[in-house]
Design a binder for this molecule. Structure first.
Ligand code: DGT
Ligand code: CA
Ligand code: CA
Ligand code: ZN
Length: 587
């Protein structure tokens, strides 16, 4: 379900497009005000919507409340789709440039006829923009720079964004009577942390009807290609979607083909040859005997087609154990599937019993201890580990010892009223010298200690490695939090020799967090595998700062699976008692 920020963005877009159309300024401003009210909202939006309290927010009247509720429920709005469809994609692209609101765009259109990035770029290059009222030489340079950056960075989408959109598309397609089966494929299905475009596979006996239904989907602003069985479109946010439609008998092999990765396929095809088959996007075929009549397709050695009803059947036909999509990267999974050493029980969402790494209003979370506890209980968790920030994280409302004790009192009081077990934890800052941000006397009294870096992230590699190795070598049990420090598309990982950090952790007592915040998704799969090889256990967390963010567990699970992590290696797959015993920091 779209959150506040996403809905606020949609309202702003409606306002901007209405302004471009010359709508009445009061109406335009109403959308801007609504966006601001949502951004300022402290509570969970779901609760406000469910209780019909949207109209109590400043600047939100009945009509706007209805639109917000619809956006919240469906992720879109007929008005927004209509507006997007009424403007050429090149204009929508212009509006996405920073500092180029509808007012400036109207001025550029009126004076210079600017309709696209290319128009704007040549107008700037010719020095014609600086002559307009409200623009200058400086803003001309800024626009050129913004266009250059836009060109340079091919936009990739966060896994969470891509999956949310992909799920809606699949639901839309499945609603057509012409669809027999439909699934997301590509990097989204493999759980890659970012996604270039969406790949969707459908089975149908009537591809023409199904692709027409696809083209009529709300949110489509451009058709990039349209044939009998292949259609590509672009959405207003720039995301491209490739749809392929095949008869039901070919669904499994095409789903497999489009799931990738390319590297996995290259090796799998070589393996298939050795087994007497040829594998392509058209399916699995026996290799033709010398002199026998050739089958369909372009490969001269291609013989009769093998019926493949599922991906598992495909792998088994090639003498391999079935390989889950998250593992298909050619990082040893094919050899393991052949040798029977593929991990048997990759962790699943339903294996996780405890909600770990959550923030409350005591530091920078949006929900209270009680609200978090009730939500985690309602979601079926057996325990909740609250880990608000320590004192050094002042910007995030980090707790001092006095406030920590008061939080413990509140947790004790809430514990009386709820069924779920609440564990008292901290997300302790790792200080510059590698010490933790609490004295031992306090660490020993906590149930759970996550140790993370939140400051001085730009140290050199040697210094950063020393800092983290020192922290991980401490004799208490700690969970290494968001180990790389990256924010996808915003901030690079720290310069650090991760192998040394994990070796230190293996030598002391500790676990590694798999962080489900879609901007983080620490650690990278290769480091998860490195940790597995050293018998370091894992904790799958959400880093939730709100009730809604507990849903981020999904991304922690898929990331852990990409690192081949099994249920038995996950501490919060254990019952509460055992988890608490295993993670107790006590020296
Ligand atoms: P992305 O979109 O950049 O996040 O990554 P993918 O993996 O979704 O890549 P995409 O969309 O270009 O292609 C989807 C799948 O189609 C890919 O994972 C494997 C298959 N595929 C694409 N091109 C080739 C190719 O040249 N050879 C083979 N064997 N497979 C390909
Ligand atoms: Ca793709
Ligand atoms: Ca694609
Ligand atoms: Zn943190």
């Amino acid at each position: 379900m779209p959150g506040k920020a996403e809905i606020a963005r949609a309202l702003r877009e409606i306002g901007a497009l209405l302004e471009l159309d010359g709508e009445n300024p009061f109406k335009v401003r109403a959308y801007e005000n609504g966006a601001r009210a949502l951004e300022a909202l402290q509570e969970e939006l779901s609760a406000v919507v469910a209780q019909g309290r949207l109209e109590e927010l400043p600047g939100i009247g009945k009509a706007l409340a209805e639109k917000i509720a619809e956006l919240h429920a469906t992720g879109t709005l007929p008005l927004l789709e209509r507006l997007r469809a009424a403007h050429p994609p090149s204009v929508l692209e212009l509006l996405e440039l920073p500092d180029l609101g509808p007012k400036k765009l109207l001025a550029l259109q009126a004076a210079l006829g600017v309709q696209s990035l290319a128009d704007l770029e040549s107008a700037c290059a010719a020095g014609r923009v600086r002559e307009l009222k409200g623009f200058g030489e400086k803003s001309e340079l800024k626009i050129l720079e913004a266009i250059r950056r836009r060109r340079e960075r091919p936009r990739r989408f966060l896994l969470s964004e891509a999956t949310a959109i992909g799920d809606r598309i699949v639901a839309h397609l499945r609603a057509s009577p012409a669809a027999i089966q439909c699934e997301l494929a590509g990097s989204t299905r493999r759980g890659r942390e970012t996604v270039g475009d969406l790949d969707v596979v459908a089975a149908s006996e009537d591809p023409a009807t199904l692709s027409a239904h696809f083209l009529a989907m709300p949110g489509v602003v451009e058709t990039l290609g349209h044939g009998e069985t292949k259609t590509s479109v672009r959405l207003a946010n720039g995301l491209q979607i490739d749809l392929r439609i095949v008869p039901p008998a070919d669904f499994a092999t095409l789903l497999h083909h489009l799931t990738g990765s390319k590297a996995h396929h290259v090796k799998l095809r070589a393996l298939a040859r050795e087994q007497g088959f040829t594998l392509s996007e058209w399916g699995l075929f026996q290799l033709r005997e010398e002199g026998a009549p050739s089958g369909e397709g372009t490969d001269p050695l291609q013989g009769p087609k093998v019926l493949v009803r599922s991906e598992a059947e495909l792998y088994r036909a090639l003498g391999l154990a079935p390989i889950p999509p998250e593992l298909r990267e050619d990082e040893g999974e094919l050899e393991a599937a052949r040798d029977g050493t593929l991990p048997a029980e990759l962790v699943r969402r339903e294996d996780v019993r405890g909600m770990v790494h959550c923030h409350t209003t005591w530091s920078d979370g949006h929900a209270t201890v009680e609200a978090m506890a009730r939500a985690a209980e309602a979601a079926g968790f057996e325990y909740l580990a609250l880990t608000d920030h320590s004192g050094t994280a002042g910007y995030a409302g980090g707790l001092d010892a006095e406030r920590l004790r008061r939080q413990w009192d509140e947790i004790d009081a809430v514990q009386e009223r709820v069924g779920i077990r609440i564990l008292k934890g901290t997300e302790a800052d790792i200080l510059e010298d590698g010490a933790l941000d609490w004295p031992d006397a306090i660490l020993e009294r906590l149930d759970v200690v996550i140790a993370s870096i939140h400051s001085r992230m730009k140290m050199g590699e040697d210094e950063m490695t020393r800092r983290l190795v020192r922290a991980m070598s401490l004799p208490i049990f700690k969970i290494l939090g968001h180990a790389s420090g990256r924010l996808l598309g915003e901030r690079d990982a720290y310069a650090v020799r991760m192998d040394e950090v994990l070796d230190a952790l293996a030598g002391s007592r500790g676990a590694v967090e798999v962080n489900g915040d879609p901007h983080r998704l620490d650690m990278e799969p290769r480091w998860l595998r490195f940790a597995r090889a050293r018998k370091i256990p894992f904790v799958l967390t959400t880093d939730a700062h709100s009730l809604e963010a507990m849903g981020q567990l999904r991304w922690a699970v898929i990331t852990a699976r990409r690192g081949w992590v099994t249920k038995g290696e996950v501490l919060n797959a254990l019952p509460a008692e055992e988890f608490a015993r295993r993670v107790r920091p006590a020296l």
